[in-house]
Design a binder for this molecule. Structure first.
Ligand SMILES: [Zn+2]
Length: 444
């Protein structure tokens, strides 16, 4: 018997991925039927979805919900943004496991542990033996894989290459924020990364963040990034659509610690000091994140300055992502017909930019992407990459991770495994979640 019948929504089932009106049945945690005018008889619940999109839950390959770069409040923010599975790109497995069991909202989340010189590894020139130890320890703790945070905490090019090699040899998932001690978090850093990867698999994080106009015009940088990625078929990449970035405002001796913050201040014409950052906040060039009980938003300028004066250890976001680069990275295809950038990530979670649905569906409404293409980049492709065979799909037999989304991109309902987690935009069930286990390391 059908548990839930979602009737008359716009689904990605039309020819060539066009939106088409269809009904969707959910039963025993699976999608049991997709079709026109399915029988409502016997359905326990019928939801009228006329005028809404009905889609597989998003599989977000770039979020922050644990460790020092994210907080558990992000789990609720994800599920309200239509995400049903995700990869935390620099968190902590045990922290995440605790967060998931307390309030996982049914999400499946894997986590990459970051190599941070002077913190989680001894130095930027981390030795082969130390890399092996790091991999052993973090996999043992439950990490899905590892992350190099080049733009924030760079390793040497040699150590970066060593980590990529060790991960490839052992079949460990590795994501990289481009940049080493010899290059920046920019398009040159991206090109260097793909050279160092030398045909080995690597998840290139947030490609858009290397195309902010630091080396040349953002459009030219996006073209370079697309060309470099098209030459690196084993590289897998995400980019996000939000105009804002996210970084840590922490200052020491009157200077921001994060290189990303310094760059953003320079791009806005501000001094690269604590004072410069305060001015940027007062002017609205930098937004201060304001955590609330169930959400993270942005403080207005006055409140932002007040929070920053109380402690510089606040999340800050700058309006640094030009659409001149965001759009080509979102839309470009390469010669074999696949997308140059494989997936939409949000780089969100507890960073308030969970905008993939809202902004991605704006591209669909504007006829820049079909609904099917949006689902490919936001659901199906990242699900395949993470080995989530029965997620990200909209077929009979797939897991009933299904979302209902208003015409303007706001998520109204989220079902995970057929269980309702969000109703009318409000979380109704937070119990449980699954830590995604690392891929089988049979390659070693
Ligand atoms: Zn990130």
């Amino acid at each position: 018997m059908t548990d839930v019948l979602i009737a008359g929504g716009l689904t990605p089932t039309g020819p060539h991925g066009a939106a088409a009106v269809a009904d969707v049945g959910l039963e025993d945690g699976r999608i049991s039927a997709v079709g026109v005018d399915l029988s409502r008889e016997g359905a326990k619940t019928v939801i009228d979805a006329a005028g809404s999109y009905v889609l597989p839950g998003l599989v977000d390959p770039h979020v922050h919900v644990s460790g020092r770069f994210g907080s558990p409040v992000g789990l609720g923010m994800l599920v309200r943004a239509g995400v049903t599975a995700a990869l935390d790109l620099a968190g902590d497995a045990q922290d995440l496991q605790g967060n998931l069991s307390r309030a996982g909202c049914g999400l499946t989340v894997g986590v990459l542990h970051a190599l941070i010189p002077g913190d989680t590894v001894e130095s930027a020139d981390v030795s082969e033996a130390a890399v092996e130890r790091f991999l052993d320890e973090q996999l043992e703790r439950g990490a899905y894989g590892v992350k190099i945070l080049g733009g924030h905490y760079p390793l040497t090019p040699e150590a970066t290459e060593g980590v990529l090699r060790a991960c490839n040899d052992r079949g460990v998932y590795c994501a990289v924020h481009a940049g080493t001690t010899a290059s920046g978090s920019d398009v040159e850093g991206l090109e260097e990364l793909l050279e160092l990867a030398a045909g080995r698999p690597v998840h290139v994080a947030h490609v858009n963040s290397y195309c902010r106009g630091q080396v040349e015009h953002p459009t030219a940088e996006a073209q370079r990034a697309i060309a470099a990625l098209s030459q690196a078929p084993a590289a897998w990449s995400d980019s996000y659509l939000s105009r804002i970035n996210g970084a840590d405002g922490l200052c020491a001796d009157g200077v921001p610690v994060s290189g990303v913050v310094k760059t953003c201040l320079r791009l806005g014409g501000y001094e690269q000091t604590e004072q410069g950052l305060e001015r940027a906040i007062a002017d609205g060039w930098a937004l201060v994140q304001a955590p609330a009980e169930d959400d993270v938003g942005f403080a207005d300028a006055d409140e932002g300055v007040r929070l920053f004066r109380r402690s510089t250890e606040v999340g800050v976001s700058f309006l640094v992502n030009p659409s001149a680069a965001l759009l080509p990275l979102a839309l470009a295809r390469i010669a074999d017909g696949t997308f140059a950038v494989d997936a939409f990530g949000s780089d969100g979670g507890s960073i308030p930019r969970n905008t993939t649905l809202r902004q991605g569906l704006a591209l669909v409404r504007g006829d820049f992407l079909t609904l099917g293409e949006f689902v490919e980049k936001a659901c199906a492709e990242p699900a395949r990459r993470l080995g989530l065979q029965d997620k990200g799909r909209f077929d009979v037999g797939a897991r009933a991770d299904v979302i209902l989304v208003d015409g303007d991109g706001a998520c109204r309902h989220t079902f995970i495994g057929g269980r309702e987690r969000v109703r009318d935009g409000v979380i109704v069930d937070r119990v449980g979640g699954t830590l995604l286990a690392a891929p089988d390391q049979s390659k070693c």
